[in-house]
Ligand binder design. Structure first.
Ligand SMILES: Cc1cc2nc3c(=O)[nH]c(=O)nc-3n(C[C@H](O)[C@H](O)[C@H](O)COP(=O)(O)O)c2cc1C
Length: 171
């Protein structure tokens, strides 16, 4: 199965990077074809609500930024995994910008499953991100493969890395 991973941290070696790497290892070991996009460090503008995509654009966004690198994989992936730090009780603005640009594509029917990995300092800060993904998945008709959360400092336990690794087995 082809899996697209959107990793939403601007920090290169933080928890998000480590959990992303653990998931990708698991996905490769499970025989999946994985593409990772570090949206946290890409230049992706927010949707401008110009409606070009739904009028003249035939589903194409008028903004030609780093989303150009993501569209081909988004339209061919069979599963998607969002990996993000929690910034002020939701996912980062960088990953949100990428998600909101999905508006151009409408429902993404080639994707059937999604996974979610959230990293934070504190416990119990995941409600908004989890609910957002649930609501988006209801709209898209994606099945949830699992949610993994990790909090605390940058020293992630082997057990948590294993949870990210094992998420790939449910995809
Ligand atoms: C702008 C900003 C906002 C944050 N907001 C929260 C928050 O609301 N709750 C929380 O538990 N941690 C918060 N954190 C901490 C990060 O979620 C945590 O450090 C996480 O590990 C960052 O991901 P990274 O390790 O991939 O960089 C925030 C960090 C930043 C920089």
């Amino acid at each position: 199965m082809k899996i697209l991973v959107l990793s939403g941290s601007p920090r290169k070696n933080g928890k998000t990077a480590k959990m992303t790497a653990a998931f990708v290892d698991g996905a490769k070991d499970a025989g999946h074809d994985v593409v990772t996009c570090d949206v946290g460090r890409m230049t992706i503008g927010g949707c401008k609500a110009c409606e070009y995509c739904h009028t003249k654009g035939n589903g194409q966004c008028i903004q030609k930024d780093d989303m150009q690198q993501i569209w081909p994989d988004l339209s061919t992936a069979e599963a998607i995994v969002f990996v993000s730090p929690i910034y002020y009780f939701t996912m980062t603005a960088q990953i949100e910008d990428a998600i909101q640009r999905f508006y151009a594509a409408g429902t993404i029917d080639n994707i059937r499953k999604y996974g979610l990995i959230l990293c934070s300092a504190s416990e119990g800060v995941y409600g908004a991100a989890v609910k957002q993904c649930e609501d988006m998945a209801n709209y898209m008709q994606w099945e949830c493969a699992g949610v993994v959360t990790v909090n605390g400092d940058d020293n992630i336990s082997d057990a948590k890395l294993e949870e990210a690794y094992n998420l790939a087995k449910n995809m």
